[in-house]
Design a protein around this ligand. Sequence first.
Ligand code: G6P
Ligand code: MN
Length: 445
Amino acid sequence: MKLTILGGGGFRVPLVYGALLADHGEGRVTEVVLHDPDDRRLRAVSRVLAEQAEDVPDAPVVAATTDLDEALRGAGFVFSAIRVGGLEGRAADERIALAAGVLGQETVGAGGIAYGLRTVPVAVDIARRAARLAPDAWVINFTNPAGLVTEAMARHLGDRVIGICDSPVGLGRRIARVLGADPKHAFVDYVGLNHLGWVRALRVAGRDELPRLLGDPALLGSFEEGRLFGADWLRSLGAIPNEYLHYYYFNRETVRAYQRAERTRGAFLRDQQARFYAEAADPGVSALRAWDRTRAEREATYMAENRESAGAGEREEEDLSGGYEKVALALMRAIARDERATLILNVRNRSTLRVLDADAVVEVPCLVDAGGAHPLAADPLPGHATGLVCAVKDVERQVLSAAESGSRATAVKAFALHPLVDSVNVARRLVDEYAAAHPGLGYLK
Ligand code: G6P
Ligand code: MN
């Protein structure tokens, strides 16, 4: 089977390839095609993959191309993990928002809207081509902001596009770990939008173990989200939020921490990755070793400012391998081999959350088989969570509408309606500054 990876010169491709190397089962991926507009990045990543494949006799064959249509033709699965505007673009998203006094983050708040506005037109073009050139392929979207981008693609691909994120899985795994439960046998009742969801229960053999966690301050202090949000707040909520909710519940503190940081996350990664791609081009250097060193540093510094502002300390050893590739592989396997699995994914809502329409992409547990991902029934969210989910979904809809019509006024509306943007004037300023900084926003008139 052929797997096409869009954003094939991207830094996390070796994680996916590493997982493929460990898969020797029937129907496994035998051919990987990397697509990227940047030939230099393709060469660097190809070198890493070649080193990974040494001594693996049945390693999937790897090819690289800068031709999108050629990459898509004949694919069984397409992973889409692109970054429109690159890390320089991410750094500009953060800088401009923080200078205007609001959150600059890749997926949340003003930064996420800016990133969405320039990514949606590109994602839609990919979806249209995939529908034409690989009509039977399953498209797995990793591209952030993942919920919004999946919804944009679903308008052309229907349920053949599925969005993924590793943070709900990581959260479920951590909760299971502190409760001494086997994550394989625990059902994580997680509901929301991508980077905006809550774990309301963790069921083992039908019994909810979460109350035991919420009732024990020592247990609550023993994992990442517990330290980030604090035991008192988690008990007040009666749920464990996704780590990205830290930007909402502690917005003032995170904005300040990001403003004070020497470099934003995007600027840090821009510089770090520039070094990696330069090293990986040097024939005297092991590209794999350079990649692995860079990856370890990236993982150790993930959400560092949030942890620092909350006094949450360092990340735990077990949390340092995100599991990004594991979710993708588990999903691909369940579909390709019709091996039933329950996974938290970004799919169209149907009737899962009654407050949203059927086409709204939500992040919920799904039953996956050869027919795709089917969202499981979920209890409604409490009032405040429903409010946030509805507000943010409406912002996403404004982004989709602005990307389709090219309307600048609609783009202003998207920023202005976001719960973390506190003035219409700030929204106007953001649109002006983002449009000036990003060539990819030239379509806004
Ligand atoms: C988490 C998020 C992803 C994000 C990744 C890397 O896994 O769920 O959406 O892409 O972290 O974040 P970073 O800041 O290292 O790019
Ligand atoms: Mn994510």
